[in-house]
Write a protein that binds this ligand. Structure first.
Ligand code: ADP
Length: 410
C-alpha cells in the first residue's frame, strides 16, 4: 500500500511515457515532493524559466489547486478569470516567455479554493486538457506536496513523460520523498531525477559555506534508488526575496550560483530527453514463457566507452536465467530466483530501516517471471508467477548485482 491506495488501485491505471494524448505538447513533466515547504514551486518556476532560457517552448501549470503560489512568484495579477476562446478553451497567461495557468488566477493567492477531491480532479483535467496551449516542448506541472489524490489523478489522466522529485537534504524530507518516488514508480511514471534544494549556504559576507540542512542526501538517495541526480540548489536568501517580489532569481539575478544551478539542471533534463531519442530498446511488455512481446538483443550497439547501465538486450537464456546485454559489451546472466530474492519493493524491504521483510524460504524454488516490462528508460518491472509484481529493478541496481556476482566468482 502506498498512501492508502492498494496495489490494484494503482495498477489499473498506467501512464504512457509520451504526451501523445495532448497534441502540440512534446513532454509533460511533473514536479513533486513528499512534503510542503521544500521549495518545489520555486524549483518549478525557475526550472520552467531556465528551460525557456535555453530555447525550449515551455508551459507551466500550477496543479497545486488548493494552495496555488505560482502567480505570486511570477508577479501575475490574481483574481481575474483567465481569458477563454469562443469554444471555451482557456487562454494561458504569458509571462517571461512562459505560458501559465493557475487556479490562483481565478481565486487570488490568499483564497485557497475549497474543493472536494473529485472537483480537484475535474479542475486539473480542465486545466491541462482544455487550455489552448501554443506548441510546447515541455509542460511543467507543479504538483501539490504529498502522494495523494491529485498525484494519482494526474498520473492516471495524463501521459506524463516523467516526474522530478524535489527534496531538502535532511533525513526526514528524504524519507518522505522516497515514499513519493515509490508511488510514481508503481504508477509506472518514469523518475527523471532528484533535485536537492536548500543545499549548502554560502555566506555573502565571509564566503564560508555551511550545510544548514546537511548535504548530499538527495545525491545518495539517487544512487540508492538508481535514478538520476539532477543537481543541487543552494540555500539562498535572494531566492526568497526574488520570488516574493514576483521576479524569479533566474530572471532577476541570472549570474548567481543559484541561477546557474537551475540552468544546469534544465540542461541535464534536456539531455536526458535527447538521450532518450537515441535509446536502442523500445518500451516492451514481454511474456517470459511464450516470448510474445520480446525485446531486442542489439549486439551492434556495443561500443568501447558505452554506458555500463544502458541495456541493449534482454533474453530468456534457459527458462530460469535472464540475460542482460549492456552497451559496454558486458553480459550479465541472472538466475531468476535470485532476482526475486533481490526485490527491493516496499513489501520486501522495510521502507524506513531497509530491513529485509522477505523470507527467502517462502520463495518458490521454481519462481519465474510471468511478464517483464520496461519502466521508463531506467528500470524493468517483473510480474512473478507467485503473484508478486511491485518490484522495480533499476538498471543501476541490475548492473551492480551483476558486477557483485562477478567479483564473487573471480
Ligand atoms: P513548496 O512548493 O515545496 O511548498 P515553495 O517553493 O513555496 O515550497 O518554497 C517555500 C519557501 O522556501 C519559500 O519562501 C521560498 O522562497 C523558499 N525557498 C525555496 N527554495 C529556496 C532556496 N534554495 N533557498 C532559500 N529559500 C528557498
Amino acid at each position: 500500500m502506498v498512501s492508502g491506495y492498494s496495489q490494484r488501485d494503482l495498477q489499473g491505471h498506467k501512464s504512457s511515457s509520451s504526451a501523445e494524448g495532448l497534441p502540440g505538447i512534446r513532454h509533460i513533466i511533473a514536479i513533486g515532493s513528499g512534503k510542503g515547504g521544500v521549495g518545489k514551486s520555486t524549483v518549478a518556476v525557475n526550472l520552467a524559466l531556465a528551460l525557456n532560457g535555453i530555447g525550449s517552448r515551455v508551459g507551466l501549470v500550477d496543479a497545486d489547486i488548493l494552495g496555488p503560489s505560482i502567480p505570486g512568484m511570477l508577479g501575475l495579477a490574481t483574481g481575474e478569470p483567465p481569458q477563454a476562446t469562443k469554444d471555451g478553451m482557456i487562454i494561458p497567461s504569458k509571462c517571461y516567455g512562459l505560458q501559465v495557468v493557475s487556479m490562483g488566477l481565478l481565486t487570488g493567492d490568499d483564497a485557497p479554493a475549497v474543493l472536494r477531491g473529485p472537483m480537484v480532479s475535474k479542475y486539473l483535467q480542465m486545466f491541462i486538457g482544455s487550455v489552448q496551449w501554443q506548441p510546447l516542448d515541455y509542460l511543467i506541472l507543479d504538483l501539490p506536496p504529498g502522494t495523494g489524490d491529485t498525484q494519482l489523478t494526474l498520473a492516471q489522466s495524463f501521459p506524463l513523460s516523467g516526474v522530478v522529485i524535489v527534496t531538502t537534504p535532511q533525513n526526514v524530507s528524504l524519507k518522505i520523498a522516497r515514499r513519493g518516488l515509490r508511488m510514481f514508480e508503481m504508477l509506472q511514471v518514469p523518475i527523471l531525477g532528484i533535485i536537492e534544494n536548500m543545499s549548502t549556504f554560502t555566506c555573502p559576507h565571509c564566503g564560508n559555506a555551511t550545510d544548514v540542512f546537511r548535504r548530499g542526501g538527495g545525491e545518495s538517495m539517487s544512487r540508492e534508488l538508481g535514478v538520476p541526480f539532477l543537481g543541487a540548489i543552494p540555500l539562498d536568501a535572494d531566492i526568497v526575496t526574488s520570488s516574493d517580489n514576483g521576479h524569479p532569481i533566474i530572471i532577476d539575478q541570472p549570474n548567481t550560483v543559484a541561477a546557474h544551478a537551475y540552468l544546469a539542471i534544465a540542461k541535464e533534463l534536456v539531455s536526458e530527453f535527447e538521450e532518450l531519442k537515441g535509446v536502442t530498446l523500445r518500451p516492451f511488455m514481454w511474456n517470459w514463457k511464450t516470448n510474445e512481446g520480446k525485446t531486442a538483443w542489439v549486439e551492434s550497439a556495443i561500443h568501447a566507452g558505452g554506458s555500463p547501465t544502458t541495456p541493449i538486450g534482454f533474453r530468456n537464456l534457459d527458462g530460469s536465467t535472464l540475460s542482460v546485454l549492456w552497451e559496454d559489451g558486458k553480459q550479465d546472466d541472472f538466475d531468476v530466483r535470485n532476482l526475486r530474492l533481490a526485490c527491493r519493493c516496499a513489501l520486501c524491504i522495510e521502507e524506513m530501516s531497509g530491513r529485509p521483510l522477505l523470507d527467502p524460504n517462502s520463495v518458490l524454488i521454481n519462481v519465474a517471471p510471468r511478464m517483464i516490462s520496461s519502466v521508463g528508460n531506467y528500470a524493468i518491472r517483473i510480474n512473478w508467477n507467485d503473484g508478486h509484481s511491485s518490484g522495480i529493478y533499476s538498471f543501476t541496481h541490475l548492473r551492480a548485482m551483476g558486477d557483485a556476482a562477478n567479483q564473487h566468482t573471480t
